[in-house]
Design a protein around this ligand. Structure first.
Ligand SMILES: [Zn+2]
Length: 459
């Protein structure tokens, strides 16, 4: 395939009339700026940027978005929200999961996400027993991604305990719980089934330090490395102050400090949230090569806190963005919140720009595209040979781009744009969004709406 992009953001900056050639697998094989139009080239209008990887998703939580904002306690918090989420998670069946996830993944594509790391812990049936096929829910999520056309890094989650100190799981956690052996068997069966599937990548995750112990983590890491030594590993860590305090009580260390000292945190890891870090943890995490998986709108919605982005970015560009609870599904809103959180705290502007890159929007979009691809274990995130052709074309006719200089295009989208700025979206050399629309638009709404109606009644 030969695409001729009117303007495209390449690793060394914006270029005009960019010929992007892809092979049959959807991988970019050559990129040539200032190309001449020839027969057989497909024109791509507007501003073409790398598709954004979404580093953190719990698909089922999309069905609760917007319905958990009422004040119901004297002090509403992450923990009271979690009780509601457990009640919600207790009800979902596989068909509902698939309907919700398919709709969500189409929304992600329309927002400019081209791949998603699905952090999946809703393994068992509503009674807490494994399905006949332990991977039933995994199959549903992967089927949803394939139907939508988004690339997926599927991350089954090991969740063994209800809290620090190997506490037994509560009723609300029964659907999540596996032994390490059963979990490894699940990984092996998924690997056997999806190893050669295009745009499906397998990794693994530990829910949090509350939910696993050190020997389990080692066993799972070893098992995953036997299947694929490059597979990504993710974990939630240091999202809540209460979690940091509990971890210190049980282990004598803060969560990220404990991970750095007791687990070989390296470039295969994504530490999700990493909100509450002391100065030493910031530096050590940056030096470890791991990606920080930031979810700014969810972290704001749940009252988690603000990631120390300036300190981290001064030592490492390795972060990605995720929509996590999906209170919104938007590339620009995650990046906008990331920068605005810092502005509100520091009373300054353009905080995440750098000496080399004065545009904060461009700096964080580029870093999140590259860091996100690393966290998902995929070759993507840049428009260059060797990367998958995951592309997003922004609508140059949108009013935010009128008379905007090329160097400010990403600032215009992130700080002043809206959901209609994304016009066309390609994953692996195939268009899935054209003029803001997806081929399944007419088909997926009814099933998702019916699932939501049933599930929300049970809240
Ligand atoms: Zn999460």
């Amino acid at each position: 395939m030969k695409l001729l992009a009117e303007r495209a953001l390449l690793p060394n900056g914006w270029a005009e009339r960019v010929l992007i050639e892809t092979d049959a697998s959807g991988c970019i094989v050559s990129v040539t700026p200032q190309a001449q139009r020839e027969p057989g080239m497909e024109s791509v209008r507007g501003f073409t940027v790398p598709g954004m990887p979404n580093v953190h998703s719990h698909a089922f939580q999309r069905a609760m978005a917007g319905s958990t904002e009422l004040r119901l306690h004297t002090s509403d918090s992450f923990w009271t929200w979690r009780d509601t989420m457990y009640r919600f998670a207790a009800k979902i069946d596989p068909a509902q999961m698939q309907a919700i996830a398919t709709h969500l993944y189409v929304e992600m594509l329309k927002a400019g996400f081209t791949s998603v790391a699905e952090f999946h812990y809703l393994h068992h049936d509503r009674g807490g027993k494994p399905y006949g096929d332990r991977a039933e829910m995994s199959h549903r999520l992967i089927a949803s991604a394939r139907a939508a056309g988004i690339a997926i890094t599927h991350l089954p989650v090991l969740y063994a305990y209800g809290g620090f100190g190997s506490q037994p799981p509560t009723d609300g956690q029964r659907r999540f719980v596996n032994s390490a052996d059963n979990f490894i068997a699940l990984l092996e069966s998924l690997d056997a089934q999806y190893r050669n599937s295009p745009h499906v990548r397998l990794g693994a995750a530990f829910h949090s330090l509350r939910a696993v112990d050190a020997s389990m983590m080692r066993n799972v890491e070893d098992a995953l490395a036997r299947l694929d030594p490059t597979a990504p590993l993710h974990i939630h860590a240091a999202e809540q102050l209460n979690e940091v305090e509990e971890c210190a009580r049980w282990t004598g260390q803060r969560p990220v400090e404990w991970l750095l000292d007791n687990v070989g945190i390296d470039e295969h890891w994504c530490i999700v949230h990493a909100t509450h870090l002391d100065d030493r943890e910031v530096l050590r995490l940056a030096q470890s090569g791991a990606v920080a998986g930031l979810c700014p709108t969810t972290e704001a919605n749940l009252g988690d806190g603000v990631f120390p982005a300036p300190a981290f970015l001064s030592a490492s560009d390795r972060f990605g963005i995720g929509t996590d609870s999906h209170v919104v599904v938007s590339v620009f809103e995650e990046l906008r919140m990331l920068e605005y959180g810092q502005r509100l705290m520091r009373h300054e502007r353009a905080i995440l720009a750098s000496d080399d890159e004065p545009s904060p929007g461009r700096r964080i979009h580029v870093a999140a595209s590259v860091g996100g691809a690393r966290a998902l274990g995929i070759h993507a995130g840049r428009i260059m040979p060797g990367c998958r052709a995951d592309l997003v074309a922004l609508d140059s006719d949108h009013r935010v781009f009128w008379n905007t200089e090329l160097t400010k295009i990403l600032d215009a989208w992130i700080f002043s744009g809206d959901s209609t700025c994304v016009r066309d979206v390609m994953v692996g050399g195939r268009w899935h969004i054209r003029d803001g629309r997806h081929a399944l638009d007419a088909d997926i709404g009814a099933a998702c709406r019916s699932a939501l109606t049933t599930l929300l009644l049970s809240l």
